[in-house]
Design a protein around this ligand. Sequence first.
Ligand SMILES: Nc1ncnc2c1ncn2[C@@H]1O[C@H](COP(=O)(O)OP(=O)(O)OP(=O)(O)O)[C@@H](O)[C@H]1O
Length: 314
Amino acid sequence: MSAVLSSLDKTRRAKAIHSSISARIQHTGDFILRKLAQKRKINQSPLVVGINGAQGSGKTTLVRGLVDFLTARKISTVGFSLDDLYLPNHEQKELARDRRDNPLLRFRGQPGTQDVGLGRNTLLSLLANTAPTAIPSYDKSLNSGYGDRLAKDQWPVAQPPIDVVLFEGWCLGFRPLDPQEFQSFLQNVHGESNLYKYSRKYTDANLADINAGLGVFEKQLYDLIDAWIFMRVSDIDVVYRWRKDQEDQLAESGRPSLSDQQLEDFVSRFMPAYELALSKLDMHGFVSSGILSNGTLRMHLDMDRNVAAYDHKL
Ligand SMILES: Nc1ncnc2c1ncn2[C@@H]1O[C@H](COP(=O)(O)OP(=O)(O)OP(=O)(O)O)[C@@H](O)[C@H]1O
């Protein structure tokens, strides 16, 4: 009996997730259509939309859904991820060797472990909209999970004309702190409150490297992004829960999964960037090309990834 109930529960849950995903695609798709109409009045280059959301918040799912939503309306759309810009495995190993002082740079993930110049050139080529653009592609499963960039002849090629580019990343859009802001962040890290408990595990110099990495993002990428979709979670600790659910599903299906300790190590390596950047983003919003008005759609996600509210207040 309980097995029947549990399979009923699973079906209900799958339906709820499906309708949550559809609603999110519809709302963000409508936002993109409005921004595309605005951009068309200015020029014919593609609308570039940056998508920021914590790990596991549903970025990949959203981009896939939006590609279908837009393609069905004959809007030629390309999606890719900041993850596709990670350094090739041998370069990541070199970085880890050269920067033994910084455990945050040991593996892929943090700002500083991507080839940002490759991202800029890819966006510039897409924006020029005149020649085919090879889209960088990274496979996280290669090298026993350490990952590697695929050879260029395996990258998908986007054919012009392109109307919309969707570019997603867990820390895409995070802005660097200026020296004064960084000092007050460090004071908080070393202070009594538990607000920055993950950053406390690292040295000030380690954290400064991440801040500098964000500076490179801001300088090289954000002027090419016209509009932003921000999936904001109120409590960043939910990233653990979401990732744990994913690992449990892998284990249930008999596939390799991370132990609790590995999971903790993995997730906590990402946390300092959230602690460093999220409050500035909440306060001052994203940097963009600046050519569109009301260029950010923010969704507030609850712990089950449901959208509690949408707003444009950034
Ligand atoms: N709107 C939604 N409502 C409920 N669940 C969702 C929603 N969107 C995605 N999910 C589920 O959340 C999980 C993570 O989704 P997804 O891989 O798209 O997230 P992500 O942000 O790309 O993660 P990562 O940063 O780890 O790559 C998947 O199991 C997916 O089915």
